[in-house]
Design a protein around this ligand. Sequence first.
Ligand SMILES: *Cc1c(COP(=O)(O)O)cnc(C)c1O
Length: 462
Amino acid sequence: MRYISTRGQAPAVGFTDAVLGGLAPDGGLYVPEAWPTFTRDEIAAFAGQPYTRVAAAVLGKFADGEVAEADLARMCDEAYASFSHRAVVPMVQIGPQAFIAELFHGPSLAFKDVAMQMLARLYDHFLTQQNRRQTILCATSGDTGGAAVEAFRGAKAVRIVAMFPEGRISEVQRRFMTTASEDNVACLSVAGTFDDCQAILKDAFQDKSLRQAVDLAAVNSINFARIVAQAVYYFTTAAALGAPERAVNFVVPSGNFGDAFAGYVALRMGLPVKRIVVATNSNDILAKAFSTGRYARGPVHATLSPAMDIQSASNFERLYFEGVRREATETARAFEAFAQAGALDIPPAALSAMQAVFTGVAIGEDETARTILATLNETGELIDPHTAVAVAALRHVELDGPTVVMSTAHPAKFPEDVARASGVTPALPRGTASLADRPERFQHIAGEAQAVKAYVRAFAER
Ligand SMILES: *Cc1c(COP(=O)(O)O)cnc(C)c1O
């Protein structure tokens, strides 16, 4: 299987290079040349199978011989052994036809773990094969850093430097990074904002002399392996609810559009998906795009669901490419214009194709908080604010057939906001209760690219 860029100006590559490369060299995103498919019988057979078995089947379609079957099976087992629930992604029922898929049983209690745990195994495998060592530099405003550190700590061929803005993330979020004791992990508390951290990151990746000295890598949400790993739970949940005989709806709390796009991937692979509802907070670029056809960036608002405070959904370029029938020149034009002007108009035919699958719904702050309380009262389930955005969206759309709501974070990750909304303070699950007692390890550093780059260079050479 070959992977091509949505902008058409980069050579096609295999799975290994698509994963290690992340972004294509022409600025586009990698997608497979053709979507692999499962038969109805294969999908029916997923019901009742262990999660890791389905994961190996889905990933195997995309790795297509570049990873030996036994290696892939072992990596899937290892990746999900770190989850605290035997089902990996269990479901609970919240209405006659509505189910919540709990994606938060991984080590950092957010759905980012599902993909990051898998990505870490793939990285280590490919780099070891090539006798390479990479250093991941990441900037986090909260969840991604914790998931990345949890996934890559102890990796043999990878070191990771995680930057976070000093005093601007929650203690729980910080501790998921700083309590890792492995010496391939370094955490930097940067004197500055998240935007400063991102500017430093960009500077480092553009620094030729640094990149000659250090094999730098990024693990952001445009990596195609992350999307594939996320397609897996669309298959497991739908099969459990009667697919392929019954078609299933999904409601997905969305920011960068990686999770919802993974549902589209499952659809293209043959899963009968009726509708995917893209639920956003007041950062509603995606919700507006699907209803109006105009994809336009606005100012970023701080909300109760910070992981979705995004006004430029990177993975949307992949759907656009599909919508314009894989016209790479048109996709490149549109997204170069978007980078300049902050807006693009979706051509009518592409918009209708998107609307045949996707509905966008934006939810305000009051409704999010009220939904946390209502869900507790009506079902006994305590949900986090990101999940609440999706549960609220469910009430704004007419869906028939079974519906899966993606629950992307454990409520204990946002204890104050959940307590304010519901009157109940969520407790950390057993495995993470010791988080508060473990020693922390991090360096304070100036909010300047020079200081961070010098640190990265010394760390990588150690
Ligand atoms: C990252 C994240 C999201 C958004 O997922 P995208 O793939 O970026 O759309 C939603 N909820 C939580 C808790 C997250 O960490």
